[in-house]
Design a protein around this ligand. Structure first.
Ligand code: ZN
Length: 204
């Protein structure tokens, strides 16, 4: 299983980090070892002073495919969940400045927190307008709507599958809306999908 993550997919978030709006989807990978085991807290790694949360919609691939067209991409997933892409922002800035890969800032153990369940998309009123939120210590910090994505899930699948085969069980983190920020020991993060609490992470 691989985790494909899209960067800079919401214009307000690209602006808050002073990044240009991309003309093509931009993606990176997390290994399966990045998944935070369910109900485990996340221990802030000792090598970062600026660990950020990024709440994101996560789609699960349910069919093997390569060179999938955007038109047929909807046949490759039927559920959506929520996740947090934990990012060591200080380390990411350092490697970005050198033009180096992002893995040490984004692919470390525990950096992919994933909600307890995936919801069938057939049950959504409007699959293009999925709402999701993140609360930190009970306060709303991120509030997203899927139709604010620069590249929607079908465009993402079409793009990524030109380069790599999508396999059953692969996860696609679709980028974060604005409002990212730092976590500190003692913080509690709670993520909501269509108003339902799907994920809780305690930071230690
Ligand atoms: Zn992200």
């Amino acid at each position: 299983m691989k985790i494909i993550c899209i960067g800079r997919n919401y214009s307000e978030h690209a602006k808050e980090l002073k990044n240009a709006i991309p003309s093509k989807p931009m993606f990176f990978l997390k290994p399966d070892s990045a998944v935070l085991p369910k109900r485990n807290p996340l221990f802030i790694p000792e090598w970062t002073q600026d660990l950020h949360y990024e709440v994101e919609l996560v789609y699960k691939v349910n069919r093997l495919g390569k060179y999938i067209s955007a038109q047929h991409a909807h046949k490759y997933y039927d559920t959506v969940g929520i996740g947090i892409d934990f990012t060591a922002r200080d380390i990411q800035e350092q490697v970005k400045a050198k033009g180096h890969p992002w893995e040490i800032a984004k692919a470390f153990d525990g950096s992919a927190a994933i909600g307890s369940k995936f919801l069938p998309l057939a049950e959504f009123k409007d699959q293009n307008k999925i709402s999701f939120q993140l609360q930190k210590n009970g306060e709303l910090v991120q509030d997203g709507l899927s139709n604010d994505m620069i590249f929607d899930i079908d465009q993402i699948i079409a793009y990524v599958s030109q380069f790599m085969t999508l396999k059953i069980g692969d996860l696609i983190f679709t980028g974060t809306p604005s409002g990212v920020g730092k976590v500190n020991p003692g913080d509690r993060l709670e993520a909501f999908l269509e108003g339902q609490k799907m994920l809780k992470v305690d930071i230690k």
